[in-house]
Design a protein. Structure first.
Length: 133
């Protein structure tokens, strides 16, 4: 049997709950990425497949993904490149398999992590209480 609380939930109640959770998640993700520090020491990817045509297509896909990732990290977090770091995607038409040499550090201070957790907890309490504004 369903409890009375479960029976009373209407579609609009469920929609309001999903809306509240979505707001909470977007606020927490925004806050988290605002505090995040990204240090790139090395990002060197050699794309190879054994076939020149597949290598060219894979190279284009990997280059696009790396570009999107670096753009996102640059816009949403504090992105730092260390002096002398090797950043690049290379097509190797002679090799049979791809290689990646990646050294990326993500850091967040304890105070910032506690701030994100506290805001998440407060948002959770508001959702539980039904105050979704």
């Amino acid at each position: 049997q369903k409890s009375k609380a479960e029976e009373k939930r209407t579609f609009s109640d469920k929609l309001a709950l999903v809306r509240g959770i979505t707001r909470m998640a977007s606020a927490l993700i925004g806050r988290f990425f605002g505090y995040l520090h990204t240090d790139i020491r090395r990002l060197s990817i050699s794309v190879a497949t054994g076939d020149a045509a597949k290598t060219a297509l894979s190279y284009a896909a990997v280059t696009g993904c790396c570009n999107a990732l670096l753009t996102l990290l640059d816009e949403k977090s504090t992105l730092r490149f260390h002096r002398g770091c090797d950043v690049g995607v290379y097509a190797d038409f002679l090799a049979e398999s791809s290689e990646a040499d990646i050294d990326i550090a993500l850091s967040l201070s304890l105070r910032q992590a506690l701030s994100v957790a506290l805001h998440g907890f407060i948002s959770f309490i508001k959702i539980k209480a039904g105050d979704l504004s």
